[in-house]
Design a protein. Structure first.
Lengths: 200, 572
C-alpha cells in the first residue's frame, strides 16, 4: 500500500485537473450510463438533481428548458449592463433573504439557476462558448460543455493572476517569509525563528 | 445600578435554531464584538442608532474581570485605569482565542498576555485562567464571551425597554465554521439567538450599499453599479471585501482575511522596546504581570501617538530595575512591523485578484477599523489605488456595527417607508470547503468566494480493490494540504459494492443554504446502475467538538489509507 493511500489516478496530482469533475460525469446524459445520484431534499432545499438524464441540476431542474437568457429574461443580444441589471432584479425576487417564507425552497433553487446564468453570461468568454452551443442546438447538453467552461475559468484566472503575479512575488521577495503557517502572526513566526536559532 | 444577572443559561450545544413564534417582528440588534472594543446598534425606525452604556460610552472595552464570585465585563464595570485591566484578573482578546486549539500560532502569541494562556500543544483547547484572590481560576473563551454578552444584552434591554433576543453579529472573514459554532454557543449561553453572522467587511458593504442607494435616490439617478473595496483592520484581524452594488443589491465579489491586527503591532513593539520581555514575563508572577501591564500600556500609548506625531518619547519604569527610556520614530515603528504591513498589502491584492477587478474599476476605497488611523495603513491602500481619495462617508469605528444593525432590521423583515431598508446582500463563502482525497490533498467542493446559497458536487472513487467503505473528511480553508485547513467533521460511507478500485462513483455534494448552514451529502453509484448502491448520507457540519486538533491524526492512525478516496478525472 502506498504511503497515506496516495493513489491518484493519472494526472490527479494536479489539483486543478480534478476541478472539471465538479460536474460529475460530464457525458452521462446519454441515459444508459449510470444515473446521477438523487440527493434528498432538505428544508428550504429541494433536490436540485431531481430531473432526468442530464446531470446538472442547475440547468435542467424545474423550468426545464429555459436558456440562460430566458432565465434572466433578456434578449440574446443583451448587453453586460442589462445582464447585471436583470441579475440584480431577479436576486431581489428569488434570494432567500427576501423571498416569501412559504416559497423559500422553490426560490432558492431558482436563485442558484439565476446565479449560474449570470456567472456564465457576465463573462465574455463563457458567454461566447454558451452562445456557440446554443447556435448549434446544443444548449440542452450544457452540462456536458460546462467542463470546458471550468477550464476556461482556470485559464482566465491564471491569465489574471499573471498580471498580479509580479507584484505579489515582489511582496513575497521583500518579506522573505514562507507563508506556511497561513494564519500565523508575525510575532509567532519570529518566536519560532528565535526558538530555532536557540536550539541550533 | 441594576443587579447584574450573570447567570449563564445553559452550556448545551444549542445553536438556537427554533423559530421565533411571535408574529410581531422584533428588530434584531447589531453587535460588533471586537478584539479590543465592542459596540451595539439598532435600527430605530428611521436610522441606525448606537446604544450607550451607563457611562455614556458607545465604544466599550471587550473584557471580563473575575473578582470573587461575580465577574463583570467592560459594559458596566468601571476600571480606574488601563493597568487594572492588566492585573491578571481580566480576560480580554477572547475573539482571538475562541474556537482555537493549543497548537494554533494565534494562541501561542497570546501567552504573554497578563492572564494565563497555557498550551499543551496536542490539539486541544488551551487552558485559560484569570487570577482571582491569588488563584488561577480557569475559564473558557466561550464563557467569557457569554458573560460579556449577558451584560451587553442587559444594557440593550434597559435602553430599548424591551426584551432582546435576536442579534446580528459581525465576525472576522478568517473564522472557520467551527469558530462560528463557538460564537453561536456563547450567544445561546447568554440567551441570544443569532439571526446572522456577518463577515465584518460585508456589514460595511451593506452600509455602503444603503448610502449609495440613498445618494442615487437624491440624484434621481438610475443607480449604476458601483464597486467598492473595503479594508477593515482592527486589533485582532484584517479583512478585505470587494462589493458591487446597484439599486440596493450588494454582491460580495470576494473576501479575504487574516489574523493580523493591532495586537501584532503592539506585541512587535513591546518586543522591540524590551527584547527579553517574553521570557521575563513567562512566569506570570505578580511582579511580572505588573511590569507587563506597564509595558503594554506605555507601548499602546506610543503607537497611538505615532499616528499623529513622527516620534514619541517612551519613558517607563517597569520595576525590578527595568527602565525604558527611548525615543521611537514612526519609521522605526513601520520598520518593526514591516511584515504585518506587507501582509495587509498582499491581502488587498489577493482580494482584488479573486474578485477579478482592476484597480481602475474600483469606485470607492473604504478603510475602517482601529488600525485605519495608522498613517502607514493609509499609505499602503492609497499606493495600491494610485493615490485615489479614500471614501469619507463612514465612521471607521462604527461602520461594522452600523452595517450589522441595518442587517438586523432587514433580516427581521422590517420595511422602511423611504426604502432605506430595501436592501439585499448576496454573500459569498470566505473559505473553500472540501474533503481529503488524493492522499493528503484538500480538494475543494465549494471554492471560496462562491455565492451563497450554493450547492456543488464532485465525484470521487476508491483506491483499493473491493474497498467497501470510505471516509469523508471535511475541511475548510485555503491550503493545498488538509493539515493546513480547519477540520469540520468526518463520516464513513459504508456498503460500497465490491468492485475493482476506481469503479464505484462516490458522489459528494455540499449544500450551503440561505442560513449559511452547511450540509454534506454522500452516496455511491455503480456504473450502469440507476440506483444509488446504498443510502445517501447527509451530515450537517461541523460535527467536531473541542479537541478536533488531534481527530485527523487519530483517524489516520486508526485507518491509514484503507478508507481513502481519489478524485475522478474527466473522461477524455
Amino acid at each position: 500500500m502506498r504511503c497515506h493511500g496516495l493513489a491518484a489516478i493519472s494526472g490527479s496530482e494536479n489539483r486543478f485537473l480534478c476541478l472539471p469533475a465538479a460536474n460529475p460525469k460530464p457525458f452521462s446524459f446519454s441515459a444508459h450510463r449510470s444515473k446521477p445520484l438523487k440527493f434528498p431534499s432538505r428544508i428550504g432545499f429541494v433536490s436540485l438533481r431531481a430531473k432526468a438524464a442530464v446531470n446538472d441540476g442547475f440547468v435542467t431542474a424545474a423550468p426545464a428548458e429555459l436558456s440562460f437568457y430566458e432565465l434572466l429574461g433578456i434578449s440574446e443580444s443583451g448587453s453586460l449592463p442589462e445582464i447585471k441589471q436583470a441579475y440584480k432584479q431577479l436576486a431581489r425576487k428569488y434570494h432567500p433573504d427576501v423571498s416569501p417564507p412559504d416559497r423559500v425552497e422553490e426560490y432558492t433553487k431558482r436563485f442558484i439557476q439565476v446565479q449560474e446564468a449570470y456567472e456564465t453570461l457576465s463573462d465574455p468568454r463563457r458567454r461566447a462558448i454558451y452562445d456557440r452551443d446554443m447556435a448549434s442546438g446544443l444548449h440542452l447538453a450544457f452540462s456536458a460543455r460546462r467542463r470546458y467552461y471550468d477550464d476556461e475559468v482556470i485559464e482566465q484566472r491564471s491569465e489574471w493572476k499573471n498580471r498580479w503575479q509580479s507584484q505579489l512575488s515582489e511582496l513575497k521577495r521583500k518579506s522573505k517569509y514562507k507563508d506556511a503557517g497561513g494564519n500565523m502572526s508575525w510575532a509567532s513566526r519570529m518566536r519560532r525563528r528565535r526558538e530555532e536559532q536557540q536550539s541550533d | 445600578m441594576a443587579e447584574p444577572a450573570y447567570t449563564v443559561a445553559s452550556d448545551s450545544e444549542t445553536t438556537g435554531e427554533e423559530k421565533s413564534s411571535s408574529t410581531f417582528p422584533e428588530i434584531a440588534i447589531g453587535v460588533d464584538i471586537g478584539t479590543s472594543q465592542c459596540s451595539v446598534a439598532v435600527w430605530n425606525g428611521s436610522q441606525v442608532e448606537l446604544l450607550k452604556n451607563t457611562r455614556n460610552q458607545k465604544m466599550m472595552k471587550s473584557y471580563v474581570t473575575f473578582k470573587d464570585d461575580i465577574p463583570s465585563g467592560g459594559i458596566s464595570s468601571l476600571l480606574s485605569h488601563d493597568h487594572e485591566m492588566l492585573s491578571g484578573s481580566t480576560i480580554f482578546n477572547m475573539k482571538r482565542l475562541i474556537g482555537r486549539v493549543d497548537t494554533d500560532p494565534v494562541v501561542h502569541a497570546s501567552k504573554n498576555l497578563p492572564f494565563l494562556v497555557q498550551t499543551l500543544d496536542i490539539g486541544v483547547r488551551p487552558f485559560i485562567a484569570a487570577l482571582v484572590n491569588n488563584v488561577w481560576r480557569s475559564t473558557t473563551p466561550e464563557e467569557v464571551l457569554a458573560i460579556f454578552l449577558v451584560e451587553l444584552r442587559a444594557m440593550a434591554e434597559a435602553q430599548l425597554k424591551r426584551p432582546i433576543r435576536n442579534v446580528v453579529l459581525t465576525i472576522p472573514v478568517s473564522f472557520s465554521r467551527f469558530q462560528l459554532t463557538r460564537i453561536e454557543r456563547a450567544c445561546a449561553m447568554a440567551g441570544l439567538r443569532v439571526l446572522r453572522l456577518m463577515p465584518e467587511p460585508t456589514a460595511i458593504a451593506l452600509l455602503y450599499g444603503q448610502q449609495q442607494q440613498q445618494t442615487s435616490h437624491e440624484n434621481m439617478g438610475s443607480g449604476s453599479e458601483k464597486i467598492a473595496l473595503i479594508f477593515n483592520m482592527g486589533a485582532g484581524y484584517a479583512d478585505v471585501a470587494v462589493t458591487a452594488t446597484a439599486g440596493g443589491v450588494s454582491q460580495i465579489k470576494a473576501l479575504a482575511g487574516n489574523t493580523i491586527g493591532g495586537e501584532d503591532l503592539l506585541q512587535n513593539m513591546m518586543r522591540y522596546l524590551l527584547p527579553e520581555s517574553e521570557s521575563l514575563f513567562e512566569s506570570h508572577g505578580v511582579k511580572e504581570i505588573e511590569s507587563m501591564a506597564l509595558l503594554r500600556v506605555a507601548t499602546q500609548d506610543a503607537i497611538r501617538k505615532l499616528s499623529s506625531e513622527t516620534s514619541v518619547q517612551v519613558d517607563v519604569d517597569l520595576g525590578n530595575g527595568l527602565k525604558i527610556c527611548k525615543v521611537v520614530g514612526r519609521n522605526e515603528f513601520e520598520q518593526v512591523n514591516r511584515k504585518v504591513f506587507e501582509k495587509c498589502e498582499s491581502l488587498i491584492i489577493q482580494c482584488l485578484q479573486d474578485a477579478k477587478v482592476e484597480v481602475e474599476d474600483v469606485n470607492d476605497v473604504i478603510i475602517v477599523g482601529g488600525c485605519s488611523f495608522i498613517p502607514k495603513v493609509k499609505n499602503i491602500v492609497s499606493s495600491i489605488f494610485k493615490g485615489k481619495q479614500l471614501y469619507e462617508g463612514m465612521n471607521p469605528l462604527e461602520a461594522a456595527v452600523r452595517g450589522a444593525a441595518v442587517e438586523g432590521a432587514v433580516a427581521s423583515g422590517i420595511s422602511d417607508p423611504f426604502g432605506n431598508l430595501d436592501l439585499l446582500t448576496i454573500q459569498a463563502t470566505p473559505l473553500a470547503i472540501g474533503i481529503q482525497a488524493d492522499g493528503k490533498s484538500f480538494v475543494p467542493v465549494i471554492p471560496r468566494n462562491t455565492t451563497i446559497p450554493a450547492r456543488k458536487d464532485l465525484v470521487f472513487t476508491t483506491i483499493h480493490d473491493n474497498q467497501r467503505e470510505a471516509l469523508i473528511i471535511v475541511y475548510e480553508g485555503e491550503g493545498d494540504k488538509v493539515e493546513e485547513n480547519h477540520l469540520l467533521g468526518y463520516f464513513k460511507i459504508m456498503g460500497i459494492p465490491a468492485a475493482p478500485k476506481g469503479v464505484p462513483e462516490i458522489n459528494v455534494c455540499m449544500d450551503i443554504d440561505a442560513g449559511n448552514v452547511l450540509r454534506v451529502l454522500a452516496g455511491v453509484v455503480m456504473p450502469g446502475s440507476r440506483q444509488p448502491a446504498n443510502r445517501v448520507m447527509e451530515v450537517r457540519m461541523p460535527t467536531v467538538d473541542d479537541g478536533h486538533g488531534w481527530c485527523a491524526e487519530a483517524l489516520h492512525r486508526a485507518y491509514g489509507s484503507t478508507l481513502d478516496m481519489v478524485t475522478v478525472q474527466k473522461k477524455a
